[in-house]
Design a protein around this ligand. Structure first.
Ligand code: ADP
Ligand code: MG
Length: 585
């Protein structure tokens, strides 16, 4: 064939392929646009793993009506003026490629309105061509709906993975951006179900709780600022004597504005894959091998072989110090002084791991209110807000020895201790006991399992079957013996011993379902859910012997005061409070 110039249509599809690899790439570009538009809330909705629909709704500044078409032209951007700007990019986008690339391979509808305009505009494109434009009433901000992704590029469509896998990539992405921007409110809906939500409180720690759960978050250490090179007089070694909790001042700022912050998991917290490491450079989530290596190195000898840390490391530095324009999807960067950045990250993490005391979560404050004990239980959401990290309070490891007095409302165990009365939530307490037992057994690879007399056949939904298939070994290690039986059917031959009663297939299904909703922390959710299903329920009669045994076991756990979901297992009515209530003091 003679040499020919490719038609613009082919060119646009090739270019789109560089930027838009899979549904999660669309989500990434749209979220980045929303962040660049100064949004405070970003809602993401997907259907069929993003294949059918991806919708991103923001309350950012919107696009002026007369520029909407332009936004879909290649290389059109409001973020760069000239070539010089390329060396100091302060926005996430800058190439003007995302919207045209998305539009080239899908059916896009954008509705947008700026503050200055009274009525918004709707623009619809199919395969990159505008097919509709009209005025439309709209809130300030932008809604981009992307339907039938890759409808005109069958080759790309073929490369897509299972819906559940694509959905997991999307959820992974949304959580990383939530970690990068704690003051923005993110939510992710898949098939109408909320998979993730962050509050936008501004605290990275709050997002950590939302992404990884309280149990994990509480094992994470805030990266301590590096010490000042010139020590102050009062503190000759530059460490130590400052009262706890007061931020240190005058921390060293590297010449080029380099600052490292974030959270790193205590060495006791580790995972089987590197997915729990998030590196953010100037608010951009990147896969940086170099910095990943720096962080792993900082944990050297502290983690078991083959295990990875959980960490969120934010690197801030002047935009001139970093070149973002090296990768089509902007997923990699190049540092001007990579050696310095490497050393700074490694040092910051190492310093945190070595020096800092382990922050612990203060026990939920018992605020005795005798008439309405159940209302005292904070919801998990509230808990997250009330959690105080403090360096002074030791973990509320032990509870006093308790004497069981009876059962209340078939839900609570009434007990007496040296400091008054305790009401124990029987379900929450048992959940805690089972949870720690399971973790202990799992650590020794010895989860007790019980064979079923007759195997139970489970017909799973495609999504459930996909999860089971992906996690057969993991499920086995937790005591489930499942055997593929063709299609989406599995034979359940054994279950964890703690699940001895009740409707097993139902329990199995729920456990899988709950766990699958938490992309990224599947196994963790799975154990919690397992413990929940094995635990005695509210409304179940307990004999005095059973209650005594439960309280005894609870006393032996590491965190007796909360259930694995973070709810309190008990409330305390102090002797003092009792006296006050009865007017005896
Ligand atoms: P880039 O982000 O690199 O500029 P895009 O193709 O992603 O390129 O977007 C083109 C332009 O459209 C942006 O520069 C911006 O002006 C506008 N834009 C896109 N999305 C939004 C949004 N959610 N809110 C406001 N403006 C937007
Ligand atoms: Mg963009």
């Amino acid at each position: 064939m003679p040499i020919r110039i490719l038609s613009p249509e082919v060119v646009s599809k090739i270019a789109a392929g560089e930027v838009i690899e899979r549904p999660a790439s669309v989500v990434k570009e749209l979220i980045e646009n929303s962040i660049d538009a100064g949004a405070s809330e970003i809602k993401v909705e997907v259907r069929q793993g993003g294949r059918r629909l991806i919708r991103v709704i923001d309350d950012g500044r919107g696009i002026p009506a007369e520029e909407v078409e332009l936004a879909f032209e290649r290389y059109s951007t409001s973020k760069l003026k000239d070539a010089e700007d390329l060396y100091r990019i302060a926005t996430l986008g800058f190439r003007g490629e995302a919207l045209p690339s998305i539009a080239a391979v899908s059916k896009v509808t954008m509705v947008t309105r700026t503050k200055e305009q009274e009525i918004g505009v709707l623009l619809r494109l199919e395969g990159g061509k505008v097919i509709k434009r009209q005025k439309k009433g709209a809130l300030r901000g932008t809604v981009v709906s992307v339907e039938d992704l890759f409808f005109n590029t069958p080759a790309r469509l073929k490369f897509l993975r299972k819906e559940s896998t694509e959905a997991r990539h999307i959820s992974d992405l949304v959580t990383r951006y939530a970690l990068a921007y704690p003051s923005m409110r993110f939510s992710l809906l898949s098939e109408g179900r909320t998979l993730f939500r962050s509050t936008g409180s501004g605290s990275l720690y709050d997002v950590l709780i939302e992404v990884y759960g309280l149990e994990t978050a509480r094992q994470m250490l805030e990266i301590a600022p590096l010490q000042e090179p010139v020590p102050s007089q009062r503190d000759p070694k530059g460490q130590g004597s400052r009262p706890k909790g007061i931020p240190r001042e005058g921390m060293r700022e590297e010449a080029e504005g380099l600052k490292i912050s974030g959270y790193v998991g205590a060495p006791s917290l580790h995972r089987a894959s590197g997915r729990y490491l998030t590196i953010l450079i100037n608010g951009r989530w990147v896969r940086d091998q170099l910095l990943g290596y720096a962080i792993k190195e900082a944990y050297h000898t502290l983690l078991p072989k083959g295990r990875y840390p959980v960490a969120v490391v934010r690197v801030a530095l002047s935009p001139q110090e970093v070149d973002i324009n090296v990768h089509p999807a902007k997923a990699e960067v190049r540092f001007r002084r990579s050696g310095e950045v490497f050393a700074a990250v490694q040092k910051a993490v190492r310093h945190t791991l070595k020096g800092a005391p382990i922050p612990v979560v203060a026990p939920p404050r018992w605020t005795p209110e005798p008439r309405l004990p159940t209302s005292l239980r904070p919801s998990p959401g509230q808990m997250a807000l009330e959690v105080q990290r403090t360096e002074e309070i030791a973990p509320s490891k032990n509870i006093p020895p308790l004497r069981v007095l009876g059962q209340l409302g078939l839900t609570y165990i009434i007990a007496e201790g040296p400091e008054g009365m305790y009401l124990i939530d029987q379900h929450a307490a048992h959940e805690r006991v089972l949870y720690e037992r399971l973790l202990g057994e799992r650590a020794k690879m010895a989860v007790s399992s019980q064979s079923l007399l007759e195997p139970l056949s489970l017909d799973l939904s495609p999504e459930e079957a996909a999860i089971v298939e992906e996690n057969l070994d993991t499920l086995r290690s937790w005591g489930f013996d499942l055997e593929p039986f063709g299609g989406q059917t599995y034979l359940l031959r054994a279950v964890p011993a703690i699940l001895k009663e009740g409707d097993l297939s139902q329990a199995m299904r729920e456990v899988i379902d709950e766990a699958s909703r938490q992309a990224g922390r599947w196994e963790e959710e799975f154990v919690i859910s397992l413990a929940c299903h094995g635990a005695v329920r509210a409304g179940q009669t307990m004999s005095e012997g059973e209650m005594r045994e439960l309280v005894r076991q609870l006393e032996k756990t590491n965190s007796p005061r909360t259930c694995p979901h973070g709810r309190p297992t008990m409330i305390h009515l102090s002797a003092e409070q009792l006296q006050k209530e009865f007017g005896r003091s």
